[in-house]
Design a protein around this ligand. Structure first.
Ligand code: B3K
Ligand code: ZN
Length: 855
């Protein structure tokens, strides 16, 4: 497949200021007339080239006259029409069969609905069009369909008119006054019920809000609606940005390749990010709904009003919008806990990506298939870049920068460089060296060595940085790294203030006056930079910080590092002192001043994958054994405390408040330790929690705890869960996921059986991710040294690629981490990648991921 390069960007040959679309909708046969007004862009004689993917033009007209088949050509799917003048009208008729579109890109059917997904390149599967984000057009869309089957007809923008037709058909006309790239086009037709509400913007405009779902799901939409209204108010308050159409609609669909899509005025969501009620949604699900609703809403400005010039600029909208949704969620709940959660995700997904064969810069230089670049690097590392700029600028200048960005580029297709320049000008700061964050892949390593000179009573911090080589980038230059630090005086137990150090050289020294003795280093507070920090801090220093650091992230981090040191030491066969960890956990759970949600985060053991990341070579079995043993030890040593917490956090009635969520989080961790302790009544207590719970958070957590054991309660709870939710696809996903994630000795065999289960299907991406996605994230099971885990995932990739290449490609990266494992495992992983690549007719999506993964 061809490689697309950022350096090859050229302005479009033809612009399309206006497009009128006329859909005659039907699941088996949809006919679409598109009418484009096209304008030659610049002085050239090149023909009009309209991208198409799997389309056949049934009729082509130029300025009202039909062309015969000699007057246009099809080149690599694209319709090429020579034109003589400066402007023309071009009309094309195509026909589609949405019900047989299993890729879920373009126009497809999901559970009786017809809906679309266009980002990144799905519009070319609907009609012939220059499918690139720097072509902005005004859309007018007419939808016609059978009224009984498709009573609701929605598209972007504002509704204009509608009417009935003979033969039980009806139509609706929608116009979107804001020029937009075609990836933001959307339509939905179906039998949908509406949760209707309203919002009055800061300038007094009334907006009709609608969340559209199947009738039966209506009671599960209130949380999403509240999140939407909160988001609208937040963007006005924090960024001064208000909504700009008369209606804002969200539709939930069951079959969706990812989370949701920010189509102008008509967001389309994976139903798992809309539907929530206590019976079926965990607190994590509730937070997911809130965060994704906000994310898609915020795109209205960061993505839609200001869009991307080309797909290499994807992080312009995604990094910034993730940053915005993270801060929104923090404002809705706890800043400390949200930051810990976000860093955990960054480390789990992005750090792994950045250290493997698929590492790429936040602004990539090339791709084969753009769908493969909706990555943790573009999204989460991209958000960290914005966060660093916001930190360096300070709140006021950052706002001046974003105001300038939105005002200067409103209605345009912009670049990452445009954003950085707006930050520089609005924020009056030089970001010259900082731009390397967009260019260089790889997670920077920072070493911090603190020393003390009793004569001058000064402390000196020596900081060294290096960025590891990544594919295509063997040599790296130093980055501009903002590090928040504080030095604790062990005598007083306090520090002299938090400072922002800018590390810009490969090696740099910072001195601090007035220290009678060696202070304790608190570094990268708040996770001010997305880097890996190594220090010469002792276990005692970490224990001190785990009890006293006034930056909650640094406090959490000290605790985690304390645990990492013990576990990594054990895996390496060293004799290590576990009591420091036991003491630190005891201190944390008995500190009455701490937020229970924070406590729950701090006392959780680092994941097996994270522990693997700290080692030269990952030893999945040794890691599992060490972590399991420490969990048992903590469980047993602190057993009365876990019992007490578990009993004390039992609520009388369900609420979604931050306090209630925090209590549940802590209760679930207490249950985990209590069961891990080996106490005879552990499984019975877990089963009791499962049976008594009035909410999914406690029920699912109890199920997960049981699923990792071999008690009789395990089977009982899994059966009850299956029978209770077998009609509810979203909830049944949890049944698959819980088993795929479990630390059970037979997980590989269980996953193999679940892949054959009557309730399993490759047709639904959520179901695939619940089973194989979750399993590939279960380090111990997936990396079973038999290689069976690798084979299961490769089999799934091969089968799924024939239906849905985008979702198949997302399962490839775990197999690409072979360099991190022993030779035996590495050979097995490589063999599976090779087997995938040998498959005839493999998609571009999977080809790119698998071939890069083998390098
Ligand atoms: N912009 C979409 C993602 C589209 C993914 C296409 N493969 C959702 C989001 O980031 O908000
Ligand atoms: Zn997004």
């Amino acid at each position: 497949p061809a490689i697309i390069r950022r350096a090859d960007y050229r302005v479009p040959d033809w612009l399309v200021p206006d497009i009128a679309l006329d859909f005659d909708l039907d699941a088996a046969r949809t006919r679409i007339w598109s009418d484009l007004s096209v304008a030659r862009n610049g002085d050239h004689d090149r023909p009009l080239r309209l991208d198409g993917d799997g389309l056949v033009p049934l009729a082509v007209k130029v300025d009202g006259c039909s062309l015969d088949e000699t007057e246009w050509t099809l080149e690599a799917g694209a319709l090429v029409v020579p034109l003589s003048g400066a402007t023309h009208k071009v009309a094309v008729l195509v026909e589609l069969a949405p019900e047989s579109n299993s890729k879920l890109m373009g126009l497809y059917a999901s559970g009786g609905l017809l809906c679309t997904q266009c980002e990144a390149e799905g519009f070319r599967r609907i009609t012939f069009f220059p499918d690139r984000p720097d072509i902005l057009s005004r859309y007018s869309v007419k939808l016609t369909a059978d009224k009984a089957r498709y009573p609701i007809l929605l598209a972007n923008g504002d509704p204009v008119e509608q009417g009935d037709l003979e033969g039980g058909r009806h139509w609706a006309q929608w116009n979107d006054p804001y020029p937009k790239p075609c990836y933001l086009f959307a339509l939905v037709a179906g039998d949908l019920a509406c949760n209707a509400d309203r919002f009055v913007t800061m300038s007094g405009r009334e907006v009709a809000l609608g969340i559209w779902v199947r009738e039966a799901d209506l009671p599960r939409t209130d949380h999403a609606m509240q999140a939407l209204k909160n988001s609208m108010a937040w963007d006005e308050r924090v960024y001064g940005r208000e909504y700009d159409l008369d209606v804002f609609n969200i539709v939930a669909v069951a079959d969706f390749n990812f989370g949701a899509m920010e189509n102008k005025g008509l967001n389309i969501f994976n139903s798992r990010y809309i539907l929530a009620d206590p019976e079926t949604a965990t607190d994590i699900d509730y937070d997911g709904v809130e965060g994704v609703v906000a994310h898609e809403y915020f795109h209205n400005w960061s993505g839609n009003r200001v869009t991307c010039r080309d797909w290499f600029q994807l992080s312009l909208k995604e990094g910034f919008t993730v940053f915005r949704d993270q801060n929104f969620s923090a404002d809705m709940g706890s800043h400390a806990v949200k930051r810990i959660e976000d860093v955990r995700i960054l480390r789990a997904a992005q750090f792994q990506e950045d250290s493997g064969p698929l590492a790429h810069p936040v602004r990539p230089e090339s791709y084969m298939e753009i769908s493969n670049f909706y990555t943790a690097t573009i999204y989460n590392k991209g958000a960290e870049l914005i966060r660093m700029m916001a930190l360096m600028l300070g709140a006021e200048r950052f706002r001046a920068g974003t105001d300038l960005y939105f005002d200067r580029h409103d209605g345009e297709a912009a670049t990452c460089e445009d954003f950085v320049r707006a930050m520089e000008e609005g924020g009056e700061i030089d970001l010259g060296q900082f731009r390397r964050w967009y260019e260089q892949a790889g997670t920077p390593h920072v070493r911090g060595l603190l020393s003390h000179d009793p004569v001058s009573r000064t402390a000196e911090l020596l900081l060294e940085q290096s960025v590891p080589p990544t594919p295509g980038q063997p040599d790296k230059r130093p980055m501009a790294i903002p590090l928040r630090v504080a030095l604790y005086d062990p005598a007083t137990g306090s520090h002299h203030g938090d400072q922002l150090l800018m590390l810009t050289e490969a090696q740099q020294r910072f001195t601090f006056d007035n220290f009678a003795s060696l202070p304790i280093l608190s570094i990268n507070r708040g996770f001010s930079a997305p880097v890996i920090v190594e220090t010469n801090r002792s276990q005692a220093d970490l224990a001190f910080l785990s009890a006293h650091d006034d930056d909650p992230f640094a406090r959490y981090e000290a605790m985690q590092q304390l645990m990492v040191n013990v576990l990594v030491g054990q895996v390496a066969g060293q004799s290590v002192d576990v009591t420091a960890v036991v003491d630190a956990v005891r201190n944390t759970i008995t500190d009455p001043l701490l937020d229970p949600a924070f406590v729950a985060e701090a006392i959780r053991l680092p994941s097996e994958a994270y522990l693997g990341d700290q080692m030269k070579q990952v030893d999945p079995d040794a890691i599992h054994a060490a972590r399991d043993a420490l969990q048992t030890r903590l469980g047993a040593d602190l057993e009365p405390l876990w019992r007490d917490i578990h009993a004390r956090t039992k609520a009388n009635a369900f609420a979604v408040s931050p306090a209630a969520k925090g209590a549940r989080k802590l209760r679930n961790v207490a249950l985990l330790y209590l069961v891990a302790s080996g106490a005879a009544d552990g499984p019975a207590i877990a089963y009791g929690q499962y049976s008594d719970a009035d909410n999914m958070t406690e029920r699912q957590s109890a199920l997960a705890t049981l699923a990792s054991g071999t008690s009789p309660e395990r089977e009982a709870a899994l059966d009850i869960f299956f029978n209770r939710y077998s009609d509810d696809a979203l909830t049944l996903d949890k049944w698959f996921q819980t088993q795929a994630f479990a630390f059970h000795p037979d997980t590989v065999e269980l996953v193999e059986q679940l892949g054959q289960h009557r309730a399993f299907t490759l047709g639904n991406p959520n179901r695939v991710r619940s089973l194989y996605g979750a399993f590939a994230g279960n380090q111990w099971a997936f990396h079973d040294k038999s290689g069976k885990g690798y084979r299961l995932v490769a089999d799934c990739i091969i089968a799924l690629d024939k239906l849905n290449p985008q979702t198949a490609a997302r399962l490839v990266p775990p197999l690409g981490r072979w360099k991190r494992f022993d030779e035996g495992r590495a050979a097995l992983m490589r063999a599976e990648l090779q087997r995938i690549l040998n498959e005839p007719g493999l998609s571009k999506d999977v080809t790119e991921q698998a071939s890069k993964s083998l390098e």
